[in-house]
Design a protein around this ligand. Structure first.
Ligand SMILES: NC(=O)c1ccc[n+]([C@@H]2O[C@H](COP(=O)([O-])OP(=O)(O)OC[C@H]3O[C@@H](n4cnc5c(N)ncnc54)[C@H](OP(=O)(O)O)[C@@H]3O)[C@@H](O)[C@H]2O)c1
Length: 252
C-alpha cells in the first residue's frame, strides 16, 4: 500500500512508549522520518529510535517537556538543524493525576491542562514557522473522557475537551495557510498509562465486555487512523475528532 508519505518528516510527542511509539513505528513503516520526543525514559526512546532505523528511515531523539514553550522551541530547532524542516506533528504526550474530584487541587488541574491541551499551541506555532514539503499536518490524540464521565478522570477529561476545542479553532484559523489538524479520540488501550488508574483491571474488563467489536483496542488500532489522517487521502478532513473505540461509545 502506498500512502504517499515517503520522505515526509514527523515529530511524535511522547513516543518513547505506548500509543506514541506505535504511531512512530507506523509512520516509519510508510517511510516517514520520525523525531521521537520523550521526557524521562531515554532508554525506551532509544529502543523506539532503533526500531525506526531498522525500517530504513531516520530517527532523531528530542527530549523535552511539551508543556514548556522553551523546550518545544528547542525541539523544533534541533529538528530544523538536522532535517531542514518538518511536515507532520502528532501531539500525543499526555499526563495527569487520576483521583476523585474531591481530592483534586488546581495544581493537578493546571498540570493536565498544560501538558494535554495548552501544549498544542506552541507545537502549532512552531510548525507554522518550519519549512515543509507541501501541506503541514497535525493530529492530536484525545480520549473518550473529553465527552464522557470516567471515574477519577475529571482533570484529564477536561483537558482533552479543551484539546478537541483547540483542534477545531486551529483548523479553522490555519487551513488557509496550508495546515490541516484533526484529533483521534481513543477508547481504553492497555499501556503504562493505565498503571496509574486505581481500578485498572476493572477498566480493562469493562472495556472488553462493552466493546461491540469484541476485543480491546490496541495501540496499532489508534496508530492506523492517525497515519490515515496524515495522508493526502484525508486532505478534506479538517478540525474533526475521529473516534477509534471498536464501537464502545455508540452504546447507550
Ligand atoms: N491508554 C489509554 O487507554 C488511552 C486512551 C485514550 C487516549 N489515550 C491518549 O493516548 C496518548 C498516549 O497515551 P499512552 O497510554 O500511550 O501513554 P503512556 O504509555 O503513559 O506514554 C506517555 C508518553 O508521553 C510522554 N510524556 C509524558 N509527559 C510528557 C511531557 N510533559 N512532555 C513530553 N513527553 C511526555 C512519555 O515520555 P517518557 O517515556 O519519557 O515518560 C511517554 O512517551 C495520550 O494522549 C493519552 O491521553 C490513551
Amino acid at each position: 500500500m502506498d500512502l504517499k508519505l515517503r520522505g515526509k518528516r514527523a515529530l511524535v510527542t511522547g513516543s518513547s512508549r505506548g500509543i506514541g511509539r506505535s504511531i512512530a513505528l507506523s509512520l516509519a513503516d510508510f517511510k516517514v522520518d520520525v523525531a521521537i520526543n520523550y521526557l524521562r525514559h531515554r532508554s525506551r526512546a532509544e529502543e523506539t529510535a532503533q526500531e525506526i532505523r531498522d525500517r530504513g528511515v531516520r530517527a532523531l531523539l528530542v527530549k523535552g517537556n511539551v508543556a514548556d514553550p522553551e523546550d518545544v522551541a528547542h525541539i523544533f530547532a534541533s529538528i530544523r538543524a538536522e532535517w531542514g524542516g518538518l511536515d507532520i506533528v502528532i501531539s500525543n504526550a499526555a499526563s495527569g493525576v487520576l483521583r476523585p474530584a474531591r481530592e483534586l487541587t488546581l495544581h493537578h488541574f493546571d498540570w493536565a491542562m498544560h501538558i494535554n491541551a495548552a501544549a498544542l499551541l506552541p507545537l502549532t506555532q512552531n510548525l507554522l514557522e518550519m519549512p515543509s514539503d507541501g501541506e503541514k499536518v497535525m493530529v492530536a490524540v484525545s480520549s473518550l473522557g473529553a465527552t464522557r464521565a470516567i471515574p477519577n478522570y475529571t482533570a484529564v477529561g477536561a483537558s482533552k475537551a479543551a484539546l478537541e476545542s483547540m483542534v477545531r479553532h486551529l483548523a479553522a484559523e490555519f487551513a488557509p495557510e496550508g495546515l490541516r489538524i484533526n484529533a483521534v479520540s481513543a477508547g481504553t488501550v492497555d499501556t503504562d498509562a493505565l498503571l496509574h488508574f486505581p481500578n485498572r483491571e476493572q477498566l480493562l474488563e469493562a472495556a472488553r465486555r462493552r466493546t461491540p467489536a469484541g476485543r480491546l483496542l490496541s495501540p496499532q488500532d489508534v496508530a492506523n487512523t492517525v497515519v490515515y489522517l496524515c495522508t493526502e487521502y484525508a486532505s478534506m478532513i479538517h478540525g474533526q475528532v475521529i473516534v477509534v473505540d471498536g464501537g464502545y461509545s455508540i452504546l447507550a
